[in-house]
Write a protein that binds this ligand. Sequence first.
Ligand code: PHB
Length: 407
Amino acid sequence: MNKQRKSALSRRQFLQVAGSTAVALSLPGILSACRPSSASGALKIGVLLPYSGIYAVLGESITQGMQLYFEALGNEIAGRPIELITEDSKINPDVAQQKVRKLVEQDEVAFVTGIVSSGVLAGLRDYFHDNQVLCLCSNAGSNAHSRAAKTPYIWRTSFTNWMAPHAMGTWAAQNVGRTAVISVPDYAAGENNVTSFTHSFTAAGGEVVAVQRTPFPNMGDPAPFMAELSATGADLIYAFYSGSAAVTFVKAYHDFGLAQQIPLTGAGFIVEEDVLPEQGAAAQGVKSTLFWSYVLDNPQNAQFKTDFHAFAGRDADVFAVQGYDTACVIDEMLKRTEGDTAVGQLIAALDGIQFDSPRGPFRLDAHSQAPEHNMYARDVQPVDGVLRNVILENLGPIVDPGDDSMG
Ligand code: PHB
């Protein structure tokens, strides 16, 4: 990458310093104070998210969750004003590649956050690694980036894709049925769900009888996929879909009569708050596992839901929680470095960050570079006339194993 970014003094930066603090500094002091990795001036954060396509709502919620947290700080951390620079990555690794270059090389952001799709994260992994740019990934859960493709420059504030299916595999074998058919979109995150669910479901005595992979990002006409699922005669479906693909899948599951025939389970994104209003009655009774629910009863969640509604004019969803928690990690990280953004210091500061999140206890695990948090088994039921993911069971804390030994 442009090594210049770390050392050169732009004209604007020189003028800023020369006009304010230069008199008090020696020359090396001036140079270090002027590097983008310094501890003064506006703190530019690159936010790379989908604002169009099937995951557009996820991008919107993550952004608003971050904005809410930063607004409560007066948009300032360690004395530095925060500037979020947002870019639409779509769900396209090539577009994301151009956008990340723009953020890092032109805007000179201190680090990058966002990234929803595992395919996009995979496409950017070497850029972050080779150029030593920190990425605080706030959604994309690809297991590889906590395992074989791990780099010190990518940390997750969200989850890994191993977590929800791992929890559901065990829970479904104990509570729903003995044979399962899996349905996922045909890309990395779907594949992670297949391996993880299969591992824990089988370990708990279940058998996966078929795996269905649908076109990603748009599955097209769901009818043939529903017919295929129905024909398996399995005791249950396990599915991973999110955003508008989750709406398509769950509505089709209902409209084609599968809801009467075969229980639907999944990673919680399939019936999250972002899609539930549109799914309506079609989602009722769907069981899922996730690290948060709207109805989760803790003081942080109560406050968060109220504040988010006042800020965004709508109910919070798990992606808003992820944005909020990402901002909390950024806050804590920069407090620890006293506002310094030298990449080595940022990374050192991440180790062991923990706080009480709306999702419950949150701890950044240095081995998997992803959170440890509770998993909850949930069921879509009406609460005061509104469909919510009622918590059936707190399944306790989960942390990615950091290798492929458990799926
Ligand atoms: C992913 O691509 O890893 C992914 C996308 C959407 C989700 C969760 C994971 O809701």
